[in-house]
Design a protein. Structure first.
Length: 316
């Protein structure tokens, strides 16, 4: 039987997708790549394959899942199988350096960024920011992990020489200009099948742990002094429209990425700086319920259409 194959390493992030596929009676198989093997002499099964491998897999003990996925995707593509978010998507998922270069290639503004390996090199790079605030982040990360804000070179030096320094899994740390936003939020634009679905506003007042999945979400903030609920951490920006969306679509098309969330921040003058392409995008159910559009449902429908276009008798 021809079906979908869902490639991933985190069961919590596929629960909602599997539920939607079940609702739509779309046949699928769970390919959990926390470990495994690839017989290069074997022929892969017929079907449509959806890659949901995450750059943050190492934080869940799955250090080599991306490397295994790379081997699987190469094997599938060698045999001409249809892969949604294939090898190029994985390349960008695992490297913010590659993301920024691709964004700039299509005319999308990114923050000033330098990649460095080595603590002395990090200090040297920080000195080039001439006293302006900057952030560090991991080249291969996910969920905003490893993001730190610094206002001085001395503060960075104390961090990298102290016991709290986080060594990136690939050894590459990025130092990036800090974009001061008039309000503490970023915007994440969701795309399915290369088409814009919605933009969600994400409150960053408590930090940069930005995974929108229900399994990751911190409870909505509550202020006892005011005795009222603070705004939800995730809110859909209803009616959002901006010329950058067309550029985002060009980036995705040019890199054969069908499903992604792209994040940006606006400065006090309204300038947009894009800083992340997430090809393992997740969605927040509360924000979607308020808006009336559900990301995973749209993903499931898209995958169903993809499967039916290649094997019409399955869903007819």
């Amino acid at each position: 039987m021809k079906k979908l194959y869902i490639i991933h390493e985190n069961e919590e992030w596929t629960t909602h997708l599997f539920k939607r596929l079940d609702e739509l009676t779309i046949p699928y198989e769970n390919w959990l790549l926390t470990s495994g093997k690839v017989d290069l002499n074997a022929v892969p099964p017929e079907g449509v394959f959806y890659n949901r491998m995450s750059a943050s897999s190492h934080t869940r003990g799955n250090r080599f899942s991306p490397e295994l996925t790379s081997a699987v995707l190469s094997w599938l593509e060698h045999h001409g199988r249809t892969v949604v978010n294939g090898s190029r998507a994985l390349d960008l998922e695992l490297s913010k350096v590659k993301q920024y270069l691709e964004l700039e290639k299509y005319g999308v503004r990114t923050p000033k960024t330098t990649a460095a390996v080595g603590k002395e090199e990090l200090i040297e790079v920080a000195e080039s920011f001439a006293g302006k605030p900057f952030i560090t982040k991991h080249n291969r990360a996910g969920k905003g992990l490893g993001v730190q804000l610094f206002h001085s070179v001395k503060a960075l030096q104390e961090y990298v020489e102290g016991g709290d320094f986080e060594e990136p899994v690939d050894g590459v740390t990025l130092i990036q200009e800090y974009i001061q936003s008039p309000e503490s939020y970023i915007t994440r634009c969701e795309f399915v099948g290369g088409e814009f679905v919605y933009a969600v506003r994400v409150d960053t007042s408590e930090g940069f742990e930005l995974c929108p999945a229900d399994a990751c979400t911190i409870e909505d903030l509550f202020c006892p002094a005011e005795e009222q609920e603070a705004p939800a951490k995730f809110q859909v920006r209803k009616g959002f429209d901006h010329p950058v969306l067309e550029k985002y679509q060009q980036v995705l098309k040019g890199n054969d990425i069908q499903i992604a969330g792209i994040e940006f921040i606006e400065d006090e003058d309204g300038n947009i700086y894009t800083y992340d392409i997430n090809t393992n995008t997740n969605y927040n159910s509360e924000a979607e319920a308020d808006y009336g559009t559900y990301g995973m449902l749209e993903v499931a429908k898209y995958l169903g259409r993809k499967l039916n276009s290649h094997y019409p008798t399955i869903l007819s």
